[in-house]
Design a protein around this ligand. Structure first.
Ligand SMILES: Cc1cc2nc3c(=O)[nH]c(=O)nc-3n(C[C@H](O)[C@H](O)[C@H](O)COP(=O)(O)OP(=O)(O)OC[C@H]3O[C@@H](n4cnc5c(N)ncnc54)[C@H](O)[C@@H]3O)c2cc1C
Ligand SMILES: NC(=O)c1ccc[n+]([C@@H]2O[C@H](COP(=O)([O-])OP(=O)(O)OC[C@H]3O[C@@H](n4cnc5c(N)ncnc54)[C@H](OP(=O)(O)O)[C@@H]3O)[C@@H](O)[C@H]2O)c1
Length: 438
């Protein structure tokens, strides 16, 4: 029997467990650790609450989790409750699938003013991540600036704009729903440092922005290059640009019918945040795109802001004894190999890009590499203590482990607590999760 520890129960963790199960069947025992008592990482805490069908992918992970030789070990923080050195003593292979949970910083003056949040914080707040449940953003004033032109920025702008009816069937947590529905937002400015032809937002999601009940997207038609150049774009980007062009064609009287304007301010890069305690404005530099990169023009202006949300990417949390690439903000690795017997997958390997499905080939690839390392003798002989030895250590340390069966009790309690039409009402603190699991 070979013993594998996967650290992180998000998509990358579960695709890796699935691949290991397929590769070695009963010859392997896989423990999937998570620092939270609940599994699935960003499927629960990142994917937008109004995109329930996407969250359905967790049913596939559940199938893997219910295999005899795969188990969920929740409420155990690796690097804190157990060290990496200890795990390496117990398991033949240790695979980090810890994602990229920390917001990248802009490093600009004024970034620590009140009511400026990173997307990990803000998305974590409306999705009920225990670390951000108390964020308490002030939505009582009119102008939100969202920085970045990727799908996370799009999620944030959409969630800030939706009406009660549009939230039907969503699992946005109660504290956030109340605050969002009581918000006084009139304008959302999405700041993008490049132009329509470099936008990272995908067509389906942009289409949703054009169909909101009380918000209307506004794009400046002067931001586009000649229409003939659209034909040179790859098909996905071309579709996104088509949506942007349709937003640019919305007549003024139609904008006027909606309570919220979502303005795309392109070729605009933030240079500093202004305000005393709370943010009041963002100073922005006009840019142009040269060889695909945003270059400042020296022209600056101010955009009023009662709240700012930066959606500019993420960094992996370093863990003691795991080599880290500071510049890239993820574990230092060569195609997923970190050190002999130590690997990484998903965002912890590649950085914060790619959809859920992108993590699947990662998981399968690393299992192939581990198989090669086993064949090549890199991982040493059989005989590590694995699961049983971990359980002994956990007992000794009095770790309060949450199993998959415990998680199912949490899930059941959340489903029972759901408001009408919603799939669940999430627990937003660890104590309540643990209580429901017992
Ligand atoms: C806001 C947002 C919305 C998104 N929406 C979509 C979408 O609609 N569709 C789509 O296809 N993709 C979407 N994505 C992308 C998708 O979520 C990612 O590709 C995917 O979640 C990355 O998987 P991962 O397993 O690497 O990381 P994660 O999903 O982040 O999982 C990492 C797990 O590791 C655990 N962990 C971290 N550190 C430790 C530790 N020290 N000890 C134990 N456990 C630890 C965490 O608790 C977490 O459960 C979205 C991403 C974001 C940020
Ligand atoms: N529905 C979905 O499928 C969905 C939903 C959410 C997320 N996701 C996926 O999750 C991944 C992460 O999404 P994301 O939106 O966080 O990342 P992203 O797609 O990489 O977008 C990040 C945005 O931030 C901008 N940015 C970065 N640094 C900046 C800086 N210093 N100043 C100004 N702007 C800056 C980028 O501009 P530049 O392009 O100029 O660098 C880009 O517009 C993506 O792969 C995304 O597709 C998918």
């Amino acid at each position: 029997m070979r013993h594998i520890a996967i650290i992180g129960s998000g998509p990358a963790g579960y695709y890796t467990a699935e691949a290991a199960q397929k590769q070695w069947g009963d010859e392997v025992s896989v423990d999937v650790f998570d620092l939270l008592p609940v599994p699935y990482g960003l499927i629960r805490f990142g994917v937008a609450p109004d995109h329930q069908s996407i969250k359905g992918v967790s049913r596939r992970y559940e199938k893997t989790a219910l295999n005899e030789n795969v188990r969920f070990v929740g409420n155990v923080a690796v690097g804190k409750d157990i060290t990496v050195a200890e795990l390496r003593e117990l398991y033949d292979a240790v695979i980090f699938a810890t994602g990229a949970p920390n917001d990248r910083q802009l490093g600009l003056e004024g970034e620590d003013l009140d009511n400026i949040f990173g997307s990990a914080e803000f998305v974590g707040w409306y999705n009920g991540h225990p670390k951000f449940a108390d964020l308490d953003p002030d939505l009582s004033k009119g102008h939100v600036v969202v920085i970045g032109m990727g799908n996370v920025a799009l999620d944030v702008a959409r969630i800030l704009s939706k009406t009660e009816t549009e939230f039907e069937g969503a699992d946005v947590v109660a504290h956030a729903l109340e605050s969002l529905l009581g918000s006084k937002i009139e304008k959302i400015t999405i700041l993008g440092r490049r132009g329509p032809h470099q936008i990272m937002m995908t067509p389906k999601e942009l289409g949703e922005l054009g169909a909101l009940e009380r918000a209307s997207p506004r794009v400046d038609k002067d931001d586009f290059p000649d229409e003939a150049e659209d034909a040179l774009l790859e098909p996905g980007l071309r579709k996104s640009v088509t949506h942007l062009r349709s937003f640019a064609a919305i007549p003024e009287d139609m904008h006027a019918e909606k309570a919220i304007e979502i303005e795309f301010d392109m070729f605009a890069s933030p240079v500093r945040f202004l305000g005393d305690e709370k943010v009041e404005a963002v100073k922005v530099e006009r840019t142009k795109v040269e060889a695909g990169r945003a270059v400042g023009t020296g022209e600056t202006y101010e955009v009023p802001a009662s709240m700012v949300i930066t959606c500019i990417g993420y960094r992996t949390s370093p863990i003691p004894d795991v080599p880290f690439d500071e510049r890239a903000g993820r574990f230092a690795n060569d195609g997923g190999r970190i050190l002999p017997g130590m690997y990484c997958v998903g965002w912890a390997r590649r950085g914060p890009t790619g959809t859920i499905g992108t993590n699947r080939p990662d998981g399968y690839d690393i299992v192939e590499k581990i198989a090669e390392d086993l064949d090549g003798g890199v991982l040493g002989r059989k005989g590590k203590g694995g699961r049983e030895a971990f359980d002994a250590l956990a007992n000794q340390r009095k770790l309060d482990i949450v199993t998959f069966r415990d998680w199912k009790k949490i899930e059941e309690a959340e489903e029972e607590a759901a408001r009408a039409g919603a799939p669940r009402e999430k627990f937003v603190d660890i104590e309540s999760m643990i209580k429901a699991s017992r």
